[in-house]
Design a protein around this ligand. Sequence first.
Ligand SMILES: NC(=O)c1ccc[n+]([C@@H]2O[C@H](COP(=O)([O-])OP(=O)(O)OC[C@H]3O[C@@H](n4cnc5c(N)ncnc54)[C@H](OP(=O)(O)O)[C@@H]3O)[C@@H](O)[C@H]2O)c1
Length: 271
Amino acid sequence: MLKNERICVIGAGKIGEAIIRGLANTSATSKNNICATTRHKETAEKQSKQLGIPVFTDNKTACKNASIIILAVKPQAMKSVIAEIRPVVSTKQLVISVAASVTASSIEDAFGKKIPVIRTMPNLACTIQCGMTGIAAGRYCSPEDLEKAMAVFNSLGRTMIVDEIHLNAVTGLSASGPAFLYIIIEALSEGGVKVGLPRETATELVAQAMYGAAKMVLTTNEHPAKLKDMVTTPAGCTIDGIMELEDGGIRHSLIKAVVKATERAKELSQQ
Ligand SMILES: NC(=O)c1ccc[n+]([C@@H]2O[C@H](COP(=O)([O-])OP(=O)(O)OC[C@H]3O[C@@H](n4cnc5c(N)ncnc54)[C@H](OP(=O)(O)O)[C@@H]3O)[C@@H](O)[C@H]2O)c1
């Protein structure tokens, strides 16, 4: 579906790069169909070398010939970037935003024409085609536009269509979430070190355990509590560990982390 699409990523930073790397490693499209931009010339040169695609600093030229434009700049830069590209973007092009907190309607209004806009919230695992992306269509999108956006992010992992109102929550959960999970991996790995395992061994053990646990949830569709109960033998070792976790308030901390990150996404949307 993407074979004939020319994709331009405005902002080849962390998430822009993840999308480009992810796309370049799939059969959905080829590097020849992707270009990108950055603000600084030095970053453009560095990214062009590393990613093996043309990276410009002129947003207008870069998106002129694109059929899909992915806006991957910071929320604060969105207004000025749209003002810059507005003259060359037509209603035949599809604009996909990955910016946190910036609503689809504010992007449509900034273009001042009926541009099909899709607002998304991916995460950095897109780089290894293991991403999770929430997707919400704007006012002027056709079902084909939505399909195209789904094709982009399905090639980078999983996608979920959500009401736009939930995208701040998606930001707090699956976009910020990997950071929370890395802390858990790091902390459990320290636990392994404390009980005598070499650090690298401990990290590999826990990362694969987390990967397996996540895959169990996704493939069995069982409630996580039921899967946890299966590991927890009466009077065994796991229940002792669980007691320590509950004593430390892990659930409460994790719930609060998602709530705070979501609130911050909401706050940013009001700035
Ligand atoms: N990081 C994540 O995990 C993640 C996940 C989902 C969504 N997002 C969203 O993605 C967006 C980018 O986040 P990020 O973490 O990737 O930020 P980042 O690493 O700082 O990347 C921003 C990129 O935008 C470029 N840029 C800035 N102004 C520009 C302009 N006027 N024209 C062209 N390029 C410009 C920067 O170029 P220079 O380097 O040359 O300045 C840089 O390459 C944000 O809106 C964020 O909410 C991020």
